[in-house]
Design a binder for this molecule. Sequence first.
Ligand code: FPP
Length: 244
Amino acid sequence: MALFRKKPRTEEPIPNHIAIIMDGNGRWAKKRGLPRTAGHKVGAEAFRTIANYAKSIGLHYLTVYAFSTENWKRSTDEVETIMGLLEKYLRELIRDMDKNRVRFCFFGDLSRLSPELQQEARETAERSARYTGVQVNFCLNYGGRDEILRAAKQFAADCASGKARPEELTEAGFSDLLYSAGVPDPDLIIRPSGEIRISNFLLWQSAYSEYYFTDTLWPDFGPRDLDAAIHAYNRRSRRFGGVK
Ligand code: FPP
């Protein structure tokens, strides 16, 4: 068998939109007697591999939870390491933009990030908007409740200014006020690391998503794990509240 395969390993139908909670970096490091920050470094590489693989199998949307509105509670050292990794990653993305040809969007309140990181995120999003292959939605300082609250406040403000009317609000109209405006809801949400909870991720958008949980820790999560999740997804019967 060839060591390097050009073709994607999976020959199955690919869901349109996969979202991943990149969890387990800290435990991965602890198991090896390393600082938590070492886990984030390897986790960032795991993300790189999965994003490339997603592109190679023709996935349209990949949404990843990189930093939540609650993650600021962690130690300064850990937060700074994650932010440093993000800065480095975005700088490389900007540098290799034409080679990667991946469209990047950011979900979350970026205003709390450093001015440099905000600028890099803006530049990445603007300059990659022309690519039409896989779209990576990077959730940074993101919280599902925060996202819904912001949309509600925006709608209230639109009503107060006469731009909108409460009785005319629809689900589709509300979706357009979220960070994910224009992005179809995730078909499959993957959470590695053995935790079985949603942790404030895509609360509105996940109404009919399929979940896949695995004990694999994020730094160990690779293309074969994504294949396994897609395989499990293809065996589900999605009814969206109806009968099949
Ligand atoms: C969750 O694991 C992971 C995070 C809160 C950070 C995710 C960050 C990365 C993958 C690195 C940054 C990404 C890029 C692409 C530069 P955890 O720390 O909660 O692990 P634990 O549950 O084992 O403690």
